[in-house]
Design a protein around this ligand. Structure first.
Ligand code: UTP
Length: 225
């Protein structure tokens, strides 16, 4: 039995919304749960969240308000997932770490979107992993894993199979939280994972069947610990 926090990037299932992929994730999560693993799923808000962030910006709303708007969008996607999971879920999207822990203690699948302004859903994934004492955080992104440099810009970028959290911090550009920022995984999340000695797997979220391999203890994408 593995305790897994599955963080699915909005850039994967919600940019644009990919119904087939969402259905696949729900089926796989059911399968992994039936195999006896304990699961929390954290969803981001994708392009719709960014559209709402822009509307909020144009209305001259401050960054924390923009973040709150994006959080609401991520929770809508989380609710879709929760509804599709049926009895396996808690029937309600968790909006605090206490609610996540309560749902988890009932042996249900925890589903969450954003938590609070100032960070991304990667940090929510790391905080949930810390709180639930998880073994593993997996993040489905739009790349095969972590590369030496951005593979969309550099053809000589090389995929890394394994690295430490310190290596990862060096590979990723250091950046402060900005509303709507896109990163493979954010720095706050890395710090939380590192201090809790948690394992992180970054994999291609467009190949969700990789989740089964990760739950089985196999190394896919890039493994960071
Ligand atoms: P994410 O950047 O986590 O969404 O949150 P995503 O679509 O999954 O992104 P990718 O696929 O990893 O790139 C979107 C925005 O929501 C706000 C932030 O503004 C963030 O940039 N947010 C999210 C919060 O303010 N707090 C949260 O806890 C989560």
């Amino acid at each position: 039995m593995t305790r897994i926090v599955i963080r699915i990037g909005g850039s994967v299932i919600a940019s644009p919304v990919n119904i087939d992929l969402m259905n696949k994730y729900v089926q796989l999560i059911k399968q992994i749960k039936i195999q006896g693993h304990e699961i929390a799923v954290i969803l981001g808000g994708g392009t719709l969240a960014r559209e709402f962030i822009n509307i909020a910006k144009n209305l001259n709303l401050e960054p924390t308000a923009q973040d709150r708007i994006a959080i609401s969008v991520s929770r809508l996607y989380a609710q879709l997932f929760m509804e599709k999971l049926g009895d396996l879920g808690c029937g309600k999207v968790a909006t605090t770490l206490d609610e996540a822990a309560e749902c988890f203690s009932q042996k249900k699948v925890v589903v969450m979107g954003g938590l609070k302004p100032g960070h991304t859903t990667d940090t929510v994934g790391a905080l949930v992993a810390e709180r639930l004492n998880a073994d593993l955080l997996v993040k489905g992104t739009n790349q095969d894993g972590v590369y030496t440099k951005d593979p969309r810009k550099f053809s000589d970028a090389v995929k890394l199979d394994k690295l430490t959290f310190d290596d990862l911090t060096h590979v990723l550009e250091h950046s402060e939280h900005k509303v709507g920022i896109h990163q493979i995984i954010d720095h706050m999340a890395i710090d939380i994972l590192k201090r809790n000695h948690l394992k992180l797997i970054v994999f291609n979220g467009f190949k969700p069947e990789n989740l089964l391999l990760a739950a089985d203890g196999q190394n896919i994408g890039t493994v960071i610990r």
